[in-house]
Design a protein around this ligand. Structure first.
Ligand SMILES: [Fe+2]
Ligand SMILES: [Fe+2]
Length: 187
């Protein structure tokens, strides 16, 4: 049997133990190619000297991630109250991933994460999936712009990875919304 090793995700910095790097980071959702063996870890991954544009873009990204974390937290609780375990699981996972993104961004900015106050959302999980889809679309647009603006290769890579991850989330919402629609048509 293959022996386990310690890996680290270069997008969120979190460690992972397994025989190989996971297909997607269980913490931030980054693809397998962003993993490095922990013994080869570059301790300067999050020490990037930031241009004014990079700082402004990272600050905007942090606000976006915090905002989406709070939204998914509300959506997760609403799904739980409605007894919708699938949506509860989906929104909870999304909340954790977005919080991980906020935490990675805060490492570049050298700031601590703000308190997460409660926000309102719909009591209906389908409405929340729709809003989630819109939020992910906005995030993808912003991160594609930040990726293209970045002069720092590390930030280009980081924002590029976020575009991929948020696109996975977008597809997930789209699939759920489509399935719901197909059910309504067939019933
Ligand atoms: Fe990660
Ligand atoms: Fe995110």
């Amino acid at each position: 049997m293959a022996r386990v090793k310690v890996f680290r995700c270069r997008i969120c910095g979190d460690p992972y133990i397994g025989t190989r790097a996971p297909e997607q980071c269980p913490f931030c959702g980054a693809q397998q190619r962003y993993f490095a063996e922990a013994k080869d870890w570059n301790s300067d991954e999050f020490n990037v000297s930031l241009s004014d544009v990079a700082r402004k873009d990272l600050e905007a990204a942090l606000e976006l991630e915090i905002d989406n974390t709070k939204f998914y937290d509300c959506a997760k609780n609403a799904a739980k109250n409605a007894g919708d375990e699938y949506s509860f699981a989906k929104f909870k996972a999304l909340m954790k991933v977005e919080l991980e993104h906020a935490s990675a961004i805060s490492k570049f900015l050298k700031v601590s994460l703000p308190e997460l106050e409660k926000v309102d959302c719909s009591t209906d999980s389908q409405e929340n999936s729709k809003e989630g889809w819109e939020r992910e679309s906005r995030a993808i647009k912003s991160y594609a712009k930040f990726r293209d603006e970045a002069r720092e290769s590390r930030l280009k890579e980081f924002f590029g990875a976020l575009v991929e991850i948020e696109t996975d989330h977008l597809d997930l919402h789209a699939e759920d919304l489509q399935q719901k629609q197909t059910k309504l048509i067939n019933n």
